[in-house]
Ligand binder design. Sequence first.
Ligand code: CTP
Length: 420
Amino acid sequence: MCGGIAAYKAVDVCRRLIDAGAFVSPVMTRGATRFIGPLTLSALASEPVRTSLWESPEPIPHTRLGQSADLIVVAPATARLIGAYAAGISSDLLTATLLATRAPVVVCPAMHTEMWEHPAVSENIATLRRRGVHLVEPETGRLAGGDVGSGRLASPDTIAAVVIDVLSGRPADGATGAGQQLVGLAAIVTAGGTREPIDPVRFIGNRSSGKQGYAIAAELARRGAVVTVISSAAASLPRPVGVDVVAVETAADMEQAVLSRSEAADIVVMAAAVADFRPKAAAGQKLKKVDGPPEVILEPTTDILAALGARRRPGQVLVGFAAETARPERAREDLLRYAREKLASKGADLIVANDVAAAGVGFSHDTNAVLIVGSEGLEIDVPLATKEAVAAAVVDAIIRRTANPAAPSTSKSVHSQETS
Ligand code: CTP
């Protein structure tokens, strides 16, 4: 806990973690003790509060805390703490503990809007993100002194949920460092259905909600990737923790946003439902009913996934989606055929296919069922599950590619039952 008015909320975070079964060792900076009495936390927590490198019962408290922690959460994290951590400066027990740990770290910033938006803080945050630190972004709301803006500590519920997610994302054997298999990699995820204007009022769109793309983006970020979502659903979905969102509307916007960033991306997931055709010319003025039914001439858009497939660099993992309608009695066979065709025509590594006509699957549902098909014969069946669980299966398949892109997964069929 650092010194900030939001420290009172960290007491609630502590309580929720204890209620969830965690063993909590509180560490407070000197500043934090100005806002909350250490007694408040020690009465709640599993261990006495530590505030100093020098007045601790054990000789080297930071190494013991750092080595024994399964996770460290800093809430609230001040601009000073974020700067010191990014620069590797250990000037007190908290910063020393952060440098002395290999456990996942969750940083929850809280500060005034001007400070949160200062380039120094932004760059330090980007540095921490690149190193795999999990960030619980501050919210917009009332700040100390009555100002309103972004910088308010996220809610204790959100922070506790992120802590639990990070802990449960840990692979069973712990071999890859707390589920952070994608640290150092950059990912782009597209999400939502594009809108192609007919006139200033009307557009050609589709039923994609963007939820599956957002779930994949959140999962990639949880596994340590630096993630950018390029989305036509930015206005309707909450921004996933630690993910940058670029809002777009048309297929052309999305093409420009993706292709200008794809060179630097290690992973590109085209989850968006991109229009295949757009009106050749959008009317500048609203079309009036009295003028009769308009004739709308369509022209093809660029196939972004195919363009990525044609220009991709070695090692880049390219994932496409296929929203299909299959014959009920031949659903898997149809899906597999469509997915294999798209895999070849787009030059992707993986195609995530779903039968959008099946119950609970695809557009606007919170659940999905997919068949993940890989370029070397890989087949993974993910039965009906939440979009988050499907995202975890997709990211697992991506990780297998990034870890060893040349791995011969030849003609091996994996019929996964992983639904959670
Ligand atoms: N896609 C794309 N650019 C487009 C159209 C689609 O990048 N202009 C991507 C989607 O994001 C998705 C995949 O391609 O990953 C879907 O393939 P697509 O050709 O759109 O499938 P359908 O339009 O359904 O093709 P078909 O009608 O041939 O089934």
